[in-house]
Write a protein that binds this ligand. Structure first.
Ligand code: 3PG
Length: 383
């Protein structure tokens, strides 16, 4: 079963409601990472050029869902940035205001944060209907929120007259499907702090891929579960049993030498995992451990990367992640990266444009790769 795509739709003279994921970091009223906005531009341009009138909607952060405007969660800074990128004005309205305007929308307007509205997160049918009644066609392009069964991502599809996938959502699904249908020599590299959020993913990737290389806090927990003293390293105590199981899987690779230090502000020393003192923490993978996985990475035909493998935000401990990013960048295999921290790390290494596909999604990326059903995609297919 598939879904309708934007380019199959006759948009001329129609009104379109477009769900984007404009959930971008904002500091002092300025969008600090425009990636999700930039990646939404092809769909925005396509709809605007087709002669349709357009209402954009997105969530931003996690505000109180109480029908009240909350300034700190307003889409205003994001919409301002979009105005610059599209060189046009995009008035921002509440749901009531847009409903009052029905059929009088000229070119492009935006709806305030969908998470202000009661019923968004419970996928309430009244709110879903209100959204769907705003336009003739609903376009879902928020891949990064497609794992949420919310009124603006899922319910709205059920009630809309017609619905289709936007260009970004389709592109994301194609790229991530390609990784899942990998052939021989496929590897995953998973880092980040928590096993708990990635256990299902590690399990499913260790079935579908040839090797799964672990780093970061995830690897620390596995090292502790094997009975080594990991000093003050970041681990997840509650996951030690699961980590012990993972450590026994021959497809899973855990670094045997690491960089440790008594503080992230003090340069570290290289050591094997059985010689860490009580005062030290693991902050990075060692050059030797990287050398040991270099062949696996070089020979891989498919590489999936999610999560930094060290404390890359600190220059003292960014070497492992930076070197890994370089290795992935020069790989001749098909390389895919996803998740906010992974993108920041690839950006710091200056290799973002050398990775074949960079997903805009975090949670949705993990859930899709793990093989879970994404409610918004399911709704689109059933439409
Ligand atoms: C994300 O940043 O992963 C998406 O925008 C979803 O946000 P959420 O985790 O708050 O639902």
């Amino acid at each position: 079963m598939t879904y309708k795509r934007l380019k199959e739709m006759d948009l001329s003279g129609k009104s379109v409601l477009l769900r984007l994921d404009l959930n971008a970091p904002i500091q002092d009223g300025i969008v600090t990472n425009k990636e999700r906005l930039l990646r939404s531009l092809p769909t925005l341009d396509y709809i605007l050029e087709s002669g349709a009138s357009l209402i954009i909607m997105s969530h931003l952060g996690r505000p109180e869902e109480d029908n009240q405007f909350q300034k700190e969660f307003s889409l205003k800074p994001v919409v301002k940035e979009l105005e610059n990128l599209l060189s046009c004005s995009i008035p921002l309205y509440s749901l009531d205001e847009i409903e009052a305007k029905k059929n009088k929308i000229q070119t492009i307007i935006a709806l305030e944060n969908t998470r202000f509205y009661i019923g968004e997160k419970t996928n309430n049918s009244d709110l879903s209907r209100r959204f769907s009644n705003l336009a003739d066609i609903f376009v879902m392009d928020a891949f990064a929120t497609s794992h949420r069964a919310h009124a603006s991502t899922t319910g709205v599809i059920t009630f809309s007259q017609d619905a289709c996938a936007g260009l970004l959502l389709d592109e994301e699904l194609n790229a991530l499907t390609k990784v899942k249908q990998n052939g021989n020599n496929s590897i995953a590299i998973l880092g980040g702090s928590k096993i708990s959020t990635k256990l299902g993913l590690i399990d499913s990737l260790s079935e579908s891929m040839d090797k799964v290389i672990l780093g970061g806090g995830i690897a620390n927990t596995c090292i502790a579960a094997q009975g080594f003293n990991i000093g003050k390293s970041l681990i997840e105590e509650s996951m030690l049993k699961e980590a012990e199981q993972l450590s026994k899987n021959p497809k899973i690779i855990i670094p045997q030498t690491v960089i440790v230090s008594s503080s992230p502000d003090i340069p570290g020393r290289e050591t094997s995992i059985d010689k860490i003192s009580d005062e030290e923490s693991i902050f990075d993978i060692s050059p030797e451990a990287l050398l040991q996985i270099a062949d696996i990475i070089t020979q891989a035909k498919t590489i999936l990367w999610n999560g930094p493998i060290g404390f890359f935000e600190k220059d003292n401990f960014d070497k492992g992640t930076m070197k890994l990013a370089d290795m992935i960048a020069v790989s001749s295999g098909y390389t895919v990266a996803g998740g906010g921290d992974t993108i920041s790390a690839a950006n710091k290494a200056g290799v973002l444009d050398k990775i074949d596909y960079v997903s805009t999604a975090g949670g949705a990326f993990l859930e899709f790769i793990e093989g879970r059903t994404l409610p918004a995609i399911k709704a689109l297919k059933e439409k």
